[in-house]
Design a binder for this molecule. Structure first.
Ligand code: AMP
Ligand code: MG
Length: 342
């Protein structure tokens, strides 16, 4: 019989990434800031330029609109209607995001699967009532999981009986992309968004230097492992320290589910950061590479030269693509291996 009691549960809503920027740059362009709580996380938006305030107000409205579509708990959202009814007509954004996400499920050989929701619920990650389910319960729920049970036809999304969709792995990345486009439309050339650990940069800092984004130490909150210099990029981290509980068996169970086993991913990686041009792609792939583990993630990266990555394993060994090495400044002594692409 498996032990079911938990000894502790943790939710780190604070950003998984730390954003650094000096204030001196604001002399040349006016700085505007806004903090928003949405999608179950804190978001901080910082924009520079004359239209800054108006752009930030529009960005906040857009975040709230998208949250209203993608929320898995708001009964009126597109996602909830799909899950409650089995089939629903949805907005353009929801259809677009689900279509993109299904593509990533396929591309990652089901390390990503947007239908793991019944398992997340059973493990208690949706309500914070954590427990370790019996094997038979997990096996039963696995039969309702599978992205191939989701179809998008025009604006109608259908999910197989007993199945449910959860866009938690991709929604913040999609939202970040939308906000970056909106800000650019409003004439903003310099902005930094931190959507609960998903950092997205518009252009460079107003002084022309790159934005600096820190990757947090996965076992020492507040400490930074390395700092990346980026411009016009998304930097997205998935980690086992963001939302997890410690079971009575002393093991850590995190909120990222391995769709093959139905259990929290235990791949040996504890933090995965993906750097690239598309927020939704970085978001999907950081979750997927976390599930894959180092070897599978490295071979995936061989064929995906458009993204860079920083992988940290449970021994705090760090593996970085050459592009990540080129923009990283390490903050400490770590065993560091370069992932070379042929
Ligand atoms: P992220 O923080 O982007 O890595 O996404 C983690 C969130 O995605 C979880 O809180 C779940 O809502 C959802 N999720 C967990 N495991 C998976 C998975 N294997 N595929 C897709 N979504 C997942
Ligand atoms: Mg993700």
């Amino acid at each position: 019989m498996r032990k079911k009691t938990i000894t502790g549960a943790f939710l780190c809503i604070a950003a998984a990434l730390t954003v650094f920027s000096s204030c001196s740059e604001s002399k040349s362009a006016q700085e505007h800031k806004k903090d928003v709580f949405a999608m179950d996380t804190y978001m901080s938006l910082k924009v520079y330029g004359e239209n800054g305030k108006e752009a930030l107000d529009a960005a906040e409205k857009e975040i709230q609109r998208l949250e209203g579509l993608f929320s898995v708990t708001d009964g009126k959202s597109d996602v909830s209607r799909i899950n409650l009814q089995g089939s629903a007509q949805v907005s353009e954004d929801t259809a677009e995001l689900i279509t993109a996400a299904l593509g990533y499920c396929k591309e990652t050989d089901v390390a990503l699967d947007i239908t793991v929701y019944p398992l997340l619920k059973e493990w208690g990650f949706t309500a914070g009532e954590y427990h370790i389910p019996d094997d038979a319960v997990i096996d039963g729920l696995l039969s309702s999981v599978g992205y191939d049970g989701v179809t998008v036809s025009d604006s109608t999304v259908t999910v197989r009986k007993g199945g449910a969709v959860d866009l938690g792995a991709v929604a913040k990345g999609y939202t970040g992309d939308r906000i970056c486009s909106l800000l650019k439309e409003k004439g903003i050339a310099s902005a930094l968004l931190n959507l609960g650990g998903n950092v997205q940069a518009v252009g460079k800092k107003p002084d022309g230097s790159p934005w600096r984004v820190g990757i947090e130490h996965p076992r020492d909150a507040g400490r930074v492992v390395c700092t990346l210099s980026v411009e016009d990029k998304a930097v997205v981290t998935s980690g086992d320290y963001e939302r997890y509980f410690i079971g009575e068996d002393g093991r850590r169970y995190c909120h990222i589910i391995d769709p093959e086993t139905g259990r929290p991913a235990d791949s040996g990686l504890i933090s995965v950061t993906v750097i690239g041009a598309s927020g939704v792609e970085c978001d999907a792939l950081s979750t997927a590479l976390f599930v894959m583990g180092r070897e599978r993630a490295e071979s995936f990266l061989q064929t995906h030269g458009n993204i860079d990555a920083v992988l940290i394993d449970r021994d705090m060994k760090i593996y970085m693509t050459e592009g990540a090495v080129a923009c990283a400044e390490m903050s400490g002594e770590y065993e560091n291996t370069v992932i070379k692409r042929q």
